[in-house]
Design a protein around this ligand. Structure first.
Ligand code: BGC
Length: 684
């Protein structure tokens, strides 16, 4: 973690003292769609930024949303943040961060505009795929190593979008209302960890309003919480076009105003700001502080040093990282009769059906898009994996041009009837998982339910693979399907990883970072809260987001948070819970996990805490620890997880502070939020 030492602080002060007011102001707003201005005479370069969470985006003209159109801005297409979260592997988060950080530097960027960590409040948010989870603890655990990884490569992470940006409908102006407990327990912790533990050098303020103030002009959010509360000394970058008022943005915490238009001098923090300083409405020291932070960032990134990390992109090592994460992100949702893994030797003909089997997703989604060097679709991956002894035959089955679907279904049925095995690849695409628009329902589009139903009639053993960045509804056919594999958008190697999982080259080990409800109306944002609101949206469900709601209110989801099967079996035993009372209370949780099956595999052991008696309303249980462990067949490992006072605490909104109450708590240990194998009560 790089800190600015006294000598550097002094140097920064001297640099600022040499700058004119105009030069300072030129550093705090966009002078290109993805860069600020530099000050050549002082040797200060522009600060260069790039989207986004799945890799380094293609290059644009400085002042137009037109591709430069070169051939050297291809880059590694990594799995989405949601896929990473489904791996629950914090080492992989660090490796992902290092790889994307290196690619950003390789493409001469200073700031990568990711990771995205807004809470998945509703299955419908168009940008869910760019975010990680419904659970703030899981987000915190994944985001910290990710940021640290990025920043080892002299690239700044830009964790986004701060805060409460949980829908795309009216994203530029919707006003979010929620109570203090929801804010502090659900919507802020990921950002707090990103700042306090991850030391994210930059943070992106959101478009929307919170409690009546634009997040990018909110004294409460940017000054009280972020700077004073969390001691943040990094740079706040506005989302592109999120600023609406010169004075508020200047005083309430924006360091760099970015926008989507090319009238750079007219940005709120450009000429209008200069004018306000000149006529005394805003003190020059407000600008000095921003420049100080920006220069601090530049020193942290070694921008003035010849030793600055050079970076590299499109390397085979980065593709390997993308593949390893894709493998660990696959979630085996259902596997009746152990139909998977398939045996390649017994398959002479394989029917692969569904547009998503042959669809590339890298170029979609808007700012998260990637100009990928290549992208293996499941069809390519399956064909590569199977080789010459199996004939892989493809039928589209459905199309985003829905008028074609009845014909396509007929053709697909014929194919399924005539092949030894059938794999149907369904799901969403970036017409649905998309920035700027939410879905209107949770159903599979393009007539896919009909397709799956018809295929299951002719082949009840058909393997169903769903690819989507958000929960979708499986109800019309789920009871008839024996096998369901899920992959979040998983990067350029994702299709190959799917093939490896289906044929057992890898043992699936991902778990859902988000609940898949049976139907939309079961989802708390929809049955208690509001969605999408009009001018305002009320988060009436409060802290009951995701499994916190489903478990507390006893609503059965289709697939619960933390769910994911394996080709082997894991046994849990020997739970010991030890309360150690020192200055701070610690609770040592220890248990054994044994691989009791015949194949090696990884298990994500999850530890939940339940507050049994409380004068405040608490969720039935909350995730407070997990460990991903690899076990050979027959092997047993001891897992130790230490809980601390934060694992017991809640936000006391009457006294505006985090606290816990003495009394009885329960530790629950298991394989998912609803497959709990061990429990023990302890008292504090
Ligand atoms: C998005 C950001 C993105 C920025 C720059 C905005 O519309 O909300 O996530 O980083 O554009 O492309």
């Amino acid at each position: 973690m790089k800190e600015i030492n006294q000598a550097t602080k002094q140097r920064i002060k001297e640099m600022i003292s040499e700058m004119t007011l105009e030069e300072k102001v030129s550093m705090i707003h966009g002078n290109g769609l993805f860069r600020t201005e530099g000050i050549e005479r002082l040797g200060i370069p522009p600060l260069v930024m790039s989207d986004g969470p799945m890799g380094v985006r293609k290059d644009y003209e400085n002042d137009k949303w037109e591709d430069i159109g070169n051939t050297y801005d291809y880059s590694t297409y990594f799995p989405s943040n949601m896929a990473l979260a489904a791996s629950w592997n914090i080492d992989k988060a660090y490796e992902f961060g290092m790889a994307i950080g290196a690619e950003a530097r390789g493409r001469a960027k200073d700031v990568i505009l990711g990771p995205g960590i807004n809470i998945i409040r509703t299955p419908l948010c168009g940008r869910n795929f760019e975010y990680m989870s419904e659970d703030p603890y899981l987000i915190s655990k994944m985001v910290v190593p990710f940021i640290k990884g990025v920043q080892t490569k002299d690239t700044a992470a830009c964790v986004k979008h701060f805060a409460a940006n949980n829908q795309e409908f009216e994203r530029l102006k919707i006003n979010v209302e929620m109570d203090d407990r929801a804010l502090h327990e659900i919507y802020l912790p990921g950002f707090k960890s990103a700042v306090e533990e991850g030391n994210s050098y930059t943070i992106m303020s959101a478009y929307n309003k919170l409690r009546g103030e634009f997040c990018s002009e909110s004294d409460y959010l940017l000054n009280d919480i972020l700077r004073k509360g969390w001691g943040y000394d990094g740079v706040v970058i506005s989302d592109w076009g999120a600023v609406h008022d010169t004075e508020k943005a200047a005083k309430y915490g924006i360091d760099i105003e970015m926008n989507v238009t090319s009238n750079f001098d007219e940005y709120y923090l450009a000429n209008p700001l200069l004018e306000k300083v000149r006529n005394g409405d805003i003190e020059e020291k407000v600008i000095d502080e921003k420049v100080e932070r920006i220069l601090g960032l530049m020193f942290k990134l070694n921008i003035f040093s010849e030793q600055r990390y050079r970076g590299c992109y499109n390397t085979s090592a980065h593709r390997e990282t993308a593949l390893e994460i894709a493998r660990e992100a696959i979630v085996l949702l259902k596997n009746e009769e152990n139909l998977l893994p398939l045996k390649d030797s017994s398959i002479k003909t394989l029917a692969v059906i569904g547009e998503n089997a042959d669809a590339k997703h890298s170029t979609g989604g808007d700012s998260a898009q990637i100009k990928a060097l290549y992208e293996y679709t499941p069809l390519t991956g399956l064909s590569m994996r199977l080789g010459g002894n199996t004939k892989v035959k493809y039928a589209k089955g459905y199309s985003n041009d829905e008028s074609l679907s009845p014909e396509l279904i007929k053709e697909a049925i014929e194919l399924a009837k005539n092949c030894d095995e059938t794999i149907v690849v369904i799901g969403l695409d970036h017409n649905y998982d998309l920035e700027g628009r939410d879905r209107t329902d949770m159903k599979l589009p393009y007539g896919q339910d009909d397709l799956v139903k018809e295929i299951l009639k002719v082949n009840p053993n058909a393997i169903i693979v769903n690819i989507s960045g958000s929960p979708v509804e499986f109800e019309p056919w789920i009871d008839d399907a024996k096998v369901l594999v899920h992959s979040f958008y998983a990067g350029m190697e994702g299709g190959y990883a799917v093939a490896e999982a289906i044929f057992g080259d890898i043992n699936p080990s991902g778990k859902l970072p988000v609940t898949f409800p049976k139907k939309l109306s079961d989802s708390p944002a929809h049955c208690i809260g509001e969605f999408p609101g009009e001018e305002s949206v009320q988060y009436k469900e409060s802290i009951f987001v995701g499994y916190r709601y489903f478990d507390s209110k006893d609503v059965e989801p289709r697939f619960c948070f933390g769910h994911g099967l394996s080709y082997t079996k894991f046994k849990y035993s020997d739970l010991k819970v030890n309360v150690i009372k020192g200055n701070q209370i610690e609770v040592k949780v220890s248990f054994n996990v044994t691989n009791s099956g015949k194949l090696a595999g990884s298990e994500i052991a999850q530890v939940y805490v339940s507050d049994l008696v409380s004068s405040f309303i608490r969720p039935e249980k909350e995730l407070k620890g997990f460990d991903k462990i690899f076990l050979e067949a027959g092997q047993c490992k001891n897992v130790e997880i230490t809980l601390d006072e934060s694992s017991l605490a809640f936000y006391n909104d009457k006294e505006s502070r985090w606290t816990y109450e003495e009394g009885d708590f329960k530790v629950l240990v298991g394989s998912s939020s609803r497959d709990l194998r061990l429990e023990e009560t302890f008292s504090i």
